[in-house]
Design a protein around this ligand. Structure first.
Ligand SMILES: [Zn+2]
Length: 334
């Protein structure tokens, strides 16, 4: 495939524009649901940066393009979870970072693709972080994931986010809500007085609404569970099923809310580290992002991301939601 065939796909166009302007970032986080075409896009970019015929695209005919397609290009490296454990292990990652740091054999741009990046073990993620912190020259790294909220915020914040499978102009309600909350941080005074508590209250309220919506949606899809003619045992089993489904769907919705929080706080870190506007995940909030980044600096921006990560980890350990939120959000400094 070439970029021509990805035409109209928001994330693909973003990548091609950067390539045309000669402004590719060192690392991209390509986020999209299964089947959105993340691997195809990674392959197209790997071809386009090395193609000998086409400019800022793949010709799909030259030797370089064909080798990328066949998976035999010496400068294009893929890493994916082991089939047994479904994890990307530290040994795999060490080999990957080693090969990615070698000079390009064909003299073009090296490309490293991490498929299902959320499956990295903690050790693998930490090993990979070193490569992101000191990226090798003439290399583009692509992390592909359907669940970016499972990645370490320190990894997410060092990548430019590319969203696949989203219609142009469609903004998730969670993203709009997070933006609305963040706008209040423009001035320091406003934050000092009511900031952390207000953020806690607003987010708690928002998550409550998200849960109610999930409950309504799930109940609408399972209309028969209350039928009187069912025996008590069956009713009980169906009630349990319903609850489990609500809980599962609510948790993934909550992960999405958190993903937006991490994206915005990641933008603050990007800005504090000197990134430009077009590298931000949420450019529509650039004004407040800049104000906060200038005020708190990179070190605090990183500490904020750590605090958000702790909330997510606490939720995974089934710490009560409100407790985890309170402990985490009250650590934020903006
Ligand atoms: Zn070519």
């Amino acid at each position: 495939m070439s970029f021509r065939e990805h035409a109209g796909v928001v994330g693909a166009e973003q990548l091609q524009r950067s390539l045309e302007r000669g402004r590719l970032a060192h690392a991209y986080l390509v986020v999209g649901p299964r089947g959105a075409g993340k691997e195809a896009l990674a392959r197209t970019l790997a071809k386009a940066v090395n193609c000998r015929e086409a400019a800022a695209d793949s010709c799909d005919r030259c030797e370089s393009c064909r080798r990328v397609e066949l998976g035999t290009h010496p400068d294009v490296h893929w890493i994916r979870p082991e089939s047994k454990t479904r994890r990307i292990q530290i040994e795999q990652m060490r080999e990957f970072t080693r090969t990615v740091s070698l000079a390009a054999q064909y003299g073009g741009v090296k490309v490293g693709v991490v498929v299902d990046a959320d499956c990295m073990t903690e050790e693998a993620a930490n090993a990979f972080l070193k490569t992101l912190e000191e990226p090798p020259g003439q290399t583009v790294i692509l992390l592909l994931t359907a669940q970016s909220q499972r990645l370490l915020p320190t990894i997410v914040s060092r990548c430019v986010r590319v969203r696949l499978g989203e219609r142009d102009g469609a903004v998730s309600p969670h993203r709009a809500k997070v933006g609305e909350l963040m706008r209040e941080f423009r001035s320091e005074g406003a934050y000092r007085v009511v900031g952390p508590y207000r953020l806690l209250r607003e987010l708690t309220g928002w998550l409550g609404q998200v849960r109610e919506q999930v409950e309504r949606d799930v109940a609408a899809q399972m209309p028969h569970w209350e039928y009187e003619e069912l025996d008590a045992k069956t009713r009980e089993r169906m009630r349990e099923q319903l609850e489990a489904r609500v809980e599962g769907e609510y948790r993934s919705a909550r992960d999405e809310v958190w993903e937006q929080m991490v994206a915005w706080f990641g933008d603050v870190l990007l800005w504090a580290n000197g990134a430009e506007r077009d590298l931000l995940a949420m450019p529509e909030f650039a004004e407040v992002t800049k104000a906060v980044a200038d005020r708190i600096g990179a070190e605090q921006a990183e500490a904020n991301l750590d605090a958000l990560e702790q909330v997510r980890e606490a939720w995974q350990r089934n710490v009560p939601e409100s407790l985890a939120l309170e402990v985490g959000l009250l650590k934020l400094v903006v």
